[in-house]
Ligand binder design. Structure first.
Ligand code: ASP
Length: 341
């Protein structure tokens, strides 16, 4: 049996930092010497190659152009490698993992995002475990075929579907959660994979790279006291093509007529409005309460149990396809990459 070939893509973030012993300042780690710096990697039963962004970035500077760079690296090397591990800052990792899930259509190999809360050179670092186990997860094979065939995120002993995750803590090592979908695997004494929750893509289809993303979108988080001029300013913007409204509970919003009328006017003019709940877990169910029936009536799209991060990626992705309004709504409400139930 041949050892799996894994490509490690370093984009930036804390994971790739090391403390200068003299000055104590954090600086980017040289990934070309990865195996010398982390000799434990030699014990893994796979061949590892690395590719690094020319200038690694803090993930707060991540954007759709960088997503396309990552997606292109993967698609160009798709036949050479059995799995991909993307090292990424944790701050926007859930957005990137979601975006890559849409960009890589018919993916049938593992793409695992990981990062860390402490730099790899720190004594108490979580980076080594996250990196080593991500590589192991990406190397898992069954009868010569990868076990994981989707975009995932690995952090602090758990492997999640990437487009289901949210960063929930800026301090704890357990920085991510997936509240609406069970984790895909767990690392303990053994690696336990919950096979029943994995995506099962159609293996007969070729990988299609879709890097077009339309960024003319916005997010409007509702709060008690939200004012008409502000909502008006957002909805009547000439540029906006898609808007996520973050609503209360199971998709509820104020029933005040100015609010519903403004939304209806915008929808009639062609704006795609998606309803996503502000709650960390649970689903939008428009029509369950009086406070959401009006949204359903005027044609607001249900985000169901999608995360805001995945909704951003899906909205950008679908807008770039120039679908008819009705098709747009149906397509958004359909799970494309396991991002909603
Ligand atoms: N600010 C960093 C980033 O997201 C934090 C991290 O790497 O976890 O790039």
């Amino acid at each position: 049996m041949q050892k799996p070939n894994i490509l490690l893509i370093y984009t930036g973030g804390t994971i790739g930092m090391i403390k200068d012993a003299d000055s104590g300042a954090l600086k980017a780690f040289d990934f070309d010497n990865l195996l010398d710096k982390i000799p434990e990697l030699r014990l893994l039963d796979c061949n590892i190659e690395t590719k690094s962004f020319k200038s690694p970035i803090d993930s707060s500077n991540m954007n759709p152009e960088y997503w396309a760079v990552i997606a292109k690296i993967i698609s160009n090397q798709y036949n050479t490698f059995d799995g991909f591990v993307v090292l990424h800052g944790s701050d926007t990792m859930s957005y990137s993992a979601s975006a890559l899930s849409f960009m890589l259509e018919n993916l049938s190999k593992p793409v695992i995002f990981t990062g860390s809360q402490l730099p790899i050179g720190d004594l108490r670092t979580d980076a080594k475990e996250n990196l080593i186990t991500s590589i192991q997860m990406a190397s898992l094979q069954n009868k010569g075929e990868p076990v994981i065939k989707e975009v995932c995120l690995y952090f602090e002993y758990k492997l999640y579907r990437g487009n289901r995750t949210t960063k929930i803590n800026a301090e704890h090592f357990e920085a991510f959660d997936s509240l609406n979908y069970p984790h895909l695997a767990e690392s303990g004494v053994h690696l336990n994979v919950n096979t029943e929750y994995l995506l099962k893509p159609n293996l007969g289809k070729e990988l299609i790279l879709r890097t077009a993303m339309d960024t003319n979108i916005g997010i409007l988080k509702l709060f008690p006291g939200i004012s008409k001029p502000i909502v008006e300013a957002v909805l009547r913007s000439q540029l906006i093509k898609g808007l996520i409204i973050e609503t209360y509970g199971s998709g509820n919003a104020t029933t005040e007529s100015w609010f519903v009328d403004l939304l209806e006017e915008a929808i009639n003019k062609g704006l795609h409005i998606v309803n996503v709940t502000q709650c960390a877990g649970g689903s939008v169910a428009m029509g369950q309460y009086e406070t959401s029936s009006q949204l359903k009536r005027i044609g607001v799209i249900s985000g169901k149990d999608i995360t805001t991060e995945a909704a951003v990626a899906k909205l950008m992705y679908l807008l770039s396809k120039n679908l008819e309004t009705k098709d747009f709504k149906t397509t958004f409400e359909t799970p494309l990459r396991g991002e909603m139930t």
